[in-house]
Design a protein around this ligand. Structure first.
Ligand SMILES: C[S@@+](CC[C@H](N)C(=O)[O-])C[C@H]1O[C@@H](n2cnc3c(N)ncnc32)[C@H](O)[C@@H]1O
Length: 196
């Protein structure tokens, strides 16, 4: 059973709906996926829908409030069983997941509606990105929405960019997708596919 299909004409306003298009393309029933930054649970919910009852999702966030909100959102539609929510930092990814997974998703920055001083940070983000690539199955993708606009965001962007630029092109297909007609500080999407 298909539990979620993309809207027929998605509005590509910013990187998040673009990331969702890729999720619809790469994920289907029975797959495994990771939401490395659950936040309010919107992305986790989509992952849970796409992997179906035979798949599984792991969700990470350091803020109890984010884990609670994500759990509430999943329970509301009866999908909590297929998601393991972990109130720990994504830099501990490999302590909790052995893989392989089809998708790892990051939505960097701060929790919308929450404490803006709690943000993803260059050191923990890069540790988690390195682990994510080790967890990916061949052909699987890592999606990262990068927000250079908040305090500390440019340092995080620079760290992510230099790490991605150094990846072996025989092992990874690395894409940077940014809107041309927005400010340089606007969020954008990075996609890294593990070569099959
Ligand atoms: C932009 S929000 C995520 C939005 C979310 N994907 C959604 O659909 O609502 C970023 C989240 O990353 C979380 N975060 C910050 N540092 C983290 C870390 N080291 N590990 C896991 N989550 C972290 C924040 O608590 C925040 O909830």
């Amino acid at each position: 059973m298909i539990e979620s299909s993309p809207p027929s004409i998605p509005a590509l306003r910013g990187p998040v709906p673009l990331s969702h298009l890729f999720l619809h393309s790469f994920l289907s029933a029975g797959h495994s996926a990771v939401d490395a930054t659950c936040g309010n649970g919107h992305d986790t919910l989509l992952l849970a829908r796409l992997v179906g009852s035979g798949g599984h999702v792991w969700g990470f966030d350091i803020q109890p409030q984010a884990i609670a909100e994500t759990g509430r959102r999943l329970a509301e539609v009866g999908l909590a069983d297929r998601v393991t929510l972990l109130p720990v930092g994504h830099e501990e990814l490999e302590r909790h997941i052995t893989g392989p997974v089809r998708v790892v998703l990051f939505n960097l920055g701060y929790l919308p509606g929450g404490d803006r001083s709690v943000v993803t940070r260059p050191g923990t983000t890069s540790a988690a990105l390195v682990q994510s690539l080790r967890l990916l199955e061949a052909g699987g993708i890592l999606l990262v929405t990068v927000y250079p606009g908040h305090s500390g965001g440019t340092e995080e962007r620079d760290t992510v960019e230099s790490w991605a630029a150094g990846l072996d092109p025989r092992a990874f297909h690395c894409w940077r997708m940014a809107q041309n007609n927005t400010a340089p500080s606007a969020p954008y999407l990075l996609l890294i596919q593990s070569a099959s």
